[in-house]
Design a protein. Structure first.
Length: 160
């Protein structure tokens, strides 16, 4: 296996592990305060809003059709991973709602637990409200095939 592929897989595993650790530590506090945010892909008003925000904030990197950038698993000359796809071919749906929300709001480095982790992904905490983030992610999920959506629902149920 190429070194760049191995590094990309290691980075993805680190992000997933960091997200799982964060989620486990913070989900009970969110649930007890009534803050648990969940994606609502069947809410047409929310997903229409999410589509608009996605077009303005996300499509330039992740693609108008959620296709991501070419070679998204291999670091570029700058050492950064290209933007991954958010369609069924990507790994977005492998993460529970809380992790997706936190990655978008607080950044990959925060979820990975590594403040030195370098990524081109912006932190949207000061640009988008939590409801805007839920709207975007709900729109993304609304675009997945029914089988992928069902798997994502199972991932959410297991994470609780």
């Amino acid at each position: 296996m190429k070194t760049t592929t191995m590094l990309a897989l290691a980075a993805a595993a680190l992000v997933a592990l960091g997200g799982a650790v964060w989620w486990a530590q913070n989900d009970n506090a969110a649930a007890s305060s009534g803050e648990r945010m969940t994606l609502r892909p069947d809410d047409s008003r929310l997903t229409a809003r999410g589509a608009s925000i996605y077009a303005a904030q996300c499509a330039s990197c992740h693609g108008a059709n959620l296709q991501g950038q070419p070679n998204w698993r291999e670091r570029g000359p700058d050492g950064l991973l290209p933007a991954p796809p958010h369609d069924a071919s990507g790994h977005t749906w492998h993460h529970p709602d809380a992790v997706l929300i936190r990655i978008t709001r607080d950044g990959v480095a925060a979820v990975a637990g590594d403040p030195n982790y370098r990524t081109a992904m912006p932190v949207y905490r000061d640009q988008l409200s939590d409801e805007d983030i839920v709207a975007v992610l709900s729109w993304i999920k609304s675009r997945w095939p029914a089988g992928v959506r069902a798997k994502h629902d199972q991932i959410n149920a297991s994470a609780r």
